[in-house]
Design a protein around this ligand. Structure first.
Ligand SMILES: Cc1cc2nc3c(=O)[nH]c(=O)nc-3n(C[C@H](O)[C@H](O)[C@H](O)COP(=O)(O)OP(=O)(O)OC[C@H]3O[C@@H](n4cnc5c(N)ncnc54)[C@H](O)[C@@H]3O)c2cc1C
Length: 459
């Protein structure tokens, strides 16, 4: 231990000794803690917030239960599905009967059924061709090692936007393919991340075709809310979980570490830091982390998205034969869905404003922002959409212990340059969240997979 640690031992009288300290009570940290506890290890979980769950947060506003963070479960997310099963949580299908709505580059609103947007034949053919291309690239990728893709370096040096422009001169085809990975997934403009990061996003969900299929990727929700996963995991861990305990200092040597949080200290053989890469720098490490660790986290950043929850007296769109699903690369709300709660007579829509549109809207005052959002929903679903009974915006960029949404991704060139280091331990310390997952990258499924892997590494 360092001099500082010796000093701490003399001045703080609350030092506890455990086998493993887990920093962060999101799904990753709680999964790791559960696995380690099941193996008989003495574990403590230290969480900065006054609640568990991190980017999963089910809360009630204006008498409506809202999923402020993650909510959807898709059939490929087998780690999450198994966890739901183990925790006894039920799922229900997103409402999806009726026609979807698409607003094209010409500004015309068109209703459609099936998976394909109502675009010109040439545009549709170009979307299909690029989808095949991306599916082929994703099939050649091990999402745990994207830097080993046969075209890794070539694809990581070009932005996804520039790559798309090389594939087709059909602007609407480009804008639609861009929508699925830019605004809808990485929540960054397509000039801000590489084509390799786009392929990783597709490979992590099995294929690009999965990402474009809303009925697949947004298949199920959890009755009572997805935050019940971390809440139930934490309940089983009991008094091993400490909220309001932001870790600010980790003193370490090859023999173990002393972890400081909220004026208390824990001595442990191993430490699992399950906080997003961008927040690791808020913790002081003595000695400091190796240079590559200080570097790579400066190249992985959160995207930005405003998640909108808009509730109406009834799900009026269903009476008009609409599913509530709507897309447009040309609208400020680029996608929206029926998000009515299980058994609720009211109708709720969820919509998303992403990347540069989110930047712009966050500069407006709340009334102007609401007007822009409701205007967009009304263009999709009709004038009634402008008159909700409840309206709420999840703005994760305001959250101190997240500061963005949905997750982090590398800048251009970062995945090949730094990817091999993201799971590298430092002395007794392991790091990970869904941000460094392969399968389930950026998703709860990835958080569970990373949590299990972290537990395997420290046992
Ligand atoms: C708006 C939104 C919508 C999403 N939609 C979906 C979806 O539909 N489906 C899906 O699968 N995924 C979705 N996601 C992503 C999913 O929620 C995340 O990938 C997942 O919850 C991340 O879990 P994690 O444990 O890896 O990280 P986090 O949930 O970020 O957990 C990290 C924890 O560490 C804590 N922490 C940070 N610093 C410290 C510190 N110094 N000391 C102690 N504690 C600290 C934080 O408070 C937090 O609780 C969405 C996310 C958002 C924000």
């Amino acid at each position: 231990m360092t001099e500082h640690a010796e000093h701490t031992e003399h001045t703080e009288h609350t030092e506890h000794t455990v086998d493993v300290v887990v920093v962060g009570a999101g799904v990753t940290g709680l999964t790791a803690a559960t696995e380690l506890t099941d193996r008989g290890l003495d574990v403590v979980v230290l969480e900065a917030r006054d609640r568990v769950g991190g980017r999963l947060w089910t809360d009630t506003h204006d008498d409506v239960m809202l999923e402020l963070g993650g909510q959807w479960v898709s059939p490929d997310q087998t780690a999450l599905l198994a966890t739901l099963d183990r925790l006894g949580l039920d799922t229900f299908e997103r409402y999806r009967s009726g026609a979807g709505v698409y607003i094209g580059r010409d500004g015309v609103r068109r209703e459609f059924t099936g998976a394909d947007f109502p675009v010109a034949d040439r545009t549709a053919a170009e979307v299909d061709r690029i989808t095949d291309l991306l599916d082929g690239l994703a099939a050649a990728m091990d999402p745990d090692r994207p830097w080993e893709h046969p075209q890794a370096h070539e694809l990581d040096r070009i932005t996804f936007g520039a790559w798309l422009a090389e594939q087709t001169d059909d602007v609407e085809a480009r804008d639609n393919v861009a929508l699925y990975i830019g605004p809808a997934m990485l929540t960054k403009p397509v000039h801000a991340f590489s084509a390799l990061s786009a392929v990783l996003m597709a490979a992590s969900a099995g294929s690009f075709s999965h990402l474009v299929d809303a009925d697949f990727i947004l298949d199920k929700r959890v009755v009572g809310g997805l935050q019940q996963v971390p809440v139930r995991l934490a309940a089983a861990l009991g008094d091993r979980v400490h909220t309001d305990s932001a870790v600010d200092l980790v003193e370490w040597s090859d023999d173990g570490a002393v972890v400081h949080a909220a004026g208390r200290t824990w001595r442990a053989r191993r430490v699992v830091v399950a906080v997003p890469p961008t927040l690791v720098s808020r913790i002081r490490f003595l000695p400091n982390l190796p240079p590559v660790h200080l570097q790579w986290r400066q190249h992985q950043s959160f995207g930005i998205v405003i998640k909108l929850h808009v509730t109406y007296a009834t799900p009026f769109w269903r009476d008009a034969g609409l599913s509530g699903t709507a897309f447009s690369p040309y609208e400020v709300v680029h996608e929206c869905y029926d998000n009515t709660n299980h058994g609720d007579a009211r109708g709720t829509l969820v919509g998303f404003v992403s990347d540069e549109n989110a930047d712009e809207l966050l500069l407006l005052d709340a009334a102007e922002r609401r007007e822009r959002v409701l205007g967009s929903l009304a263009r999709f679903l009709g004038p009634e959409a402008a008159h909700p009974v409840a309206y709420y915006e999840s703005r994760w960029s305001f959250e101190e212990w997240t500061a963005g949404a949905y997750a982090t991704s590398f800048d251009v060139g970062g995945l090949t340059r730094y990817g091999p280091f993201v799971r590298q331990p430092v002395g007794p310390i392991e790091f990970g969240t869904s941000d460094v997952a392969g399968l389930g990258f950026q998703h709860v499924d990835g958080a569970i997979r990373v949590g299990r892997d972290l537990a395997d590494r420290v046992r």
